[in-house]
Design a protein around this ligand. Structure first.
Ligand code: FAD
Ligand code: NAP
Length: 310
């Protein structure tokens, strides 16, 4: 019987593990299919405090893992395939084990996944001109011509934000009307650095790891006409999916599938806590994920104290 199982090894899960291990609670962390989380698919992280020269995403996550292990966190290299939160003790099923694990409490830190277009080049050029996070990577595109794909609030907000750095931002949208709020649209329409490319989808991304992004091949969905747009950066902003499939129907979520937390990191189920992007569709940063991981650890510790288990 475990005292606590943490699901996820991104900044939220590993920060939880550091705190709970230092409190002598010996947490068990199941790291999932993407050990280290989203930051392992990026290059340099320049906005995580404590690294004035920046740090590569995978190295930052490796350091967090080592820090958690140093204090006694146990890490399982598997994925949770199913959970049963209906009765206590909770059960966590693993993909590669026939037996399930039992636990007094759970911290869900399974993150969110950016939606991508599904082009082969997207993966290859991620961190080499392709990004899904303007706050994180905008700074690298000072004076450059770049594009944002999408027509929702995120795309329009990111396009507007990116005009602080880029000389021109093309907003590529598959329709001729934005989905974004009127206020956000007005702001973008009045920004002379944003050009709109309507009724268009990205068919190919040009460039390679050495040169970075050099352009995109666009297709007009109304006329079928193809064209090339020369740009040096491409931001994909077509939404995110929280990784909450296995919890559906067992805890409260909003209409987008994000876990609803209250009084800190408590979910609708006593003894189950959530931290990081899985419960945050607004900030989505490594430091906020780590911060809420710390909160979840303290909330969970308090819960276990109440049960007389620590
Ligand atoms: P994630 O990092 O998403 O980690 C989720 C974890 O849950 C993963 O380990 C996954 O394997 C695990 N998991 C999922 N399902 C299961 C399951 N069923 N069982 C067990 N485990 C599971 N933020 C910044 O602050 N600065 C940056 O420069 C920056 N750059 C970014 C660049 C890119 C390309 C991307 C995509 C994001 C970037 N971000 C950046 C955002 C940042 O990465 C996220 O906000 C942060 O990683 C969220 O942390 P998290 O722990 O909540 O979740
Ligand atoms: P979203 O509202 O779902 O918008 C996604 C956009 O991407 C849509 O314009 C959609 O086109 C387009 N898209 C989806 N799949 C695509 C594909 N495969 N190829 C090309 N385009 C594609 O997502 P979001 O903008 O991330 O917003 C998510 C939620 O967060 C929303 O509720 C939003 O209001 C909120 N949000 C709020 C703020 C704020 O208030 N400051 C900021 C950001 C986000 P279609 O329009 O044709 O469907």
């Amino acid at each position: 019987m475990e005292k606590v199982i943490i699901l996820g090894s991104g900044p939220a899960g590993l920060t939880c593990a550091i705190y709970l291990a230092r409190a002598d609670i010996s947490p068990l962390l199941i790291q999932g299919m993407q050990p280290g989380g989203q930051l392992t698919i990026t290059t340099e992280v320049e906005n995580f405090p404590g690294f004035p020269e920046g740090i590569m995403g995978p190295e930052l996550m490796d350091r967090m893992r080592r820090q958690a292990e140093k204090f006694g966190a146990r890490i399982v290299y598997d994925n949770a395939s199913k959970v049963n939160l209906e009765e206590k003790p909770f059960k966590v099923y693993l993909e590669n084990e026939e037996k399930w694990l039992e636990t007094h409490s759970i911290i869900i830190a399974t993150g969110a996944s950016a939606r991508f277009l599904g082009l082969d080049e997207e993966k290859e050029l991620m961190g080499h001109g392709v990004s899904a996070c303007a706050t994180c990577d905008g700074f690298f595109f000072k004076g450059k011509e770049i594009a944002v794909v999408g027509g929702g609030d995120t795309a329009v907000e990111e396009a507007t934000f990116l005009t602080k750095f880029a000389s021109r931002v093309y907003l590529i949208h598959r329709r001729d009307k934005l989905r974004a709020s009127k206020a956000m649209q007005d702001k973008a329409f009045s920004n002379s650095k944003i050009s709109f490319v309507w009724d268009s989808v990205v068919e190919r991304i040009l460039g390679n790891k050495k040169t970075g992004v050099e352009g995109v091949v666009l297709k007009n969905v109304k006329t079928g006409e193809k064209s090339t747009l020369n740009i040096q950066g491409l931001f994909i902003a077509i939404g995110h999916n929280p990784n909450t499939e296995i919890f559906k129907g067992q805890i409260e979520m909003d209409e987008g599938g994000y876990i609803i937390t209250k009084e800190g990191t408590k979910t609708s189920r006593e003894g189950v806590f959530a931290a990081g992007d899985v419960q945050d569709k607004k900030y989505r940063q490594a430091i906020t994920a780590a911060g809420s991981g710390c909160m979840a650890a303290l909330d969970c510790q308090h819960y276990l104290e109440g049960l007389g288990l620590v």
